[in-house]
Design a protein around this ligand. Structure first.
Ligand code: CP
Ligand code: NVA
Length: 306
């Protein structure tokens, strides 16, 4: 079993290709109940942004492993009253076995991890959403039987999900194409990081043309045009992103057997049409379910469950 004993997961790039592959294999074994693992540990959830899937899937995964969860809503802790991250981190370190954090700046997550000796998991920052992409890759593998050589096209905002998808696809030996409006491209440092991982063996393409990007793709993926924290920009973004919608028309450029993914929550009529998200090629509910299996595998591996 993949041994991530005590390690942090702050970025998907914290995993090697082999570790990623083994983690997905473990998640699949846990989902099929071919394997059952137990650990009597305590997970803290410190979320400064809203969450349905991540919060519930982490909680249920930990319960199913035999562990416990404490929901550390910042509004009911001293975090919202300005207790420094460094202090909160050193205190929580003394109580908990593992901590999942959802926040804004990646730097805050990194500061937390540097002060807490317990493993820290990125449950979404403005820069990355690695747990989401573990579930996405698991879903793609379930649909196609393998990952290597497949092409994933992401259409929309070059956000946290796009950043983690680039890293995840590169690690999995997949081609990744990101189509965004000008000025909304993914983080350039992460593009370069993904290209270094891909090492010219697979493609990491950034384009402004969604149709070229979608051509022949096995997976079409999108996410909201304005992420949490960007709500004030939503109205201005609307006209800019009009051509970056997954519709039946865009889907017709993809492979005939292509699947459609969305991390959810979705805005029907914006980044995806009702017909596509509810259509035969959509796999979004399996994708959401897989959050739980993938994070159970991650927790089990980090905590050394047996
Ligand atoms: N996809 C995802 O992370 O959903 P939540 O924001 O509901 O956790
Ligand atoms: N990019 C979105 C993902 C939500 C799961 C956000 O950060 O709001």
């Amino acid at each position: 079993m993949v041994a991530l004993n005590g390690r942090d997961l702050l970025s998907l790039a914290d995993l090697s290709s082999t570790e990623l592959q083994e983690l997905l294999q473990l998640a699949t074994q846990l989902k099929s109940q071919q394997l059952k693992l137990r650990c009597n540990k305590v997970l803290g959830l410190l979320f400064s942004k809203a969450s349905t899937r991540t919060r519930v899937s982490f909680t249920v995964a930990m319960y199913q492993l035999g562990g416990q969860v404490i929901d550390l809503n910042p509004n009911v802790t001293q975090v919202s009253r300005g207790e420094p991250v460094q202090d909160t981190a050193r205190v929580l370190d003394r109580y908990l076995d593992v901590l999942a954090i959802r926040t804004f700046a990646q730097q805050e997550l990194e500061t937390f991890a540097s002060y807490a000796k317990i493993p820290v998991i990125n449950a979404l920052t403005d820069a990355e959403h690695p747990c989401q992409v573990l579930a996405d890759l698991m879903t793609i593998q379930e649909c196609f039987g393998n990952l290597s050589g497949l092409t994933l096209t992401y259409v929309g905002d070059g956000n946290n999900v796009a950043n983690s998808l680039m890293l995840g696809c590169a690690l999995a030996g997949m081609n990744v194409r990101i189509a965004t409006p000008k000025g909304y491209e993914p983080d350039n440092e992460i593009v370069e990081q993904a290209r270094a991982i891909a090492n010219n063996k697979t493609e990491v393409l950034i384009t402004h043309d969604p149709e070229i990007a979608a051509k022949g793709a096995a997976v079409l993926y999108t996410d909201v045009w304005a992420s949490m924290g960007q709500e004030a920009e939503a109205d201005d973004r609307f006209p800019i992103f009009q051509h970056y919608q997954i519709s039946d028309q865009l889907l017709s450029f993809a492979d005939r057997e292509a699947i459609v993914l969305h991390c959810l929550p979705a805005h029907r009529g914006e980044e995806i049409t009702e017909a596509v998200i509810e259509g035969p090629q959509s796999r979004v509910w399996d994708q959401a379910e897989n959050r739980m299996h993938a994070q159970k595998a991650l927790l089990a591996s980090i905590l050394g469950a047996e």
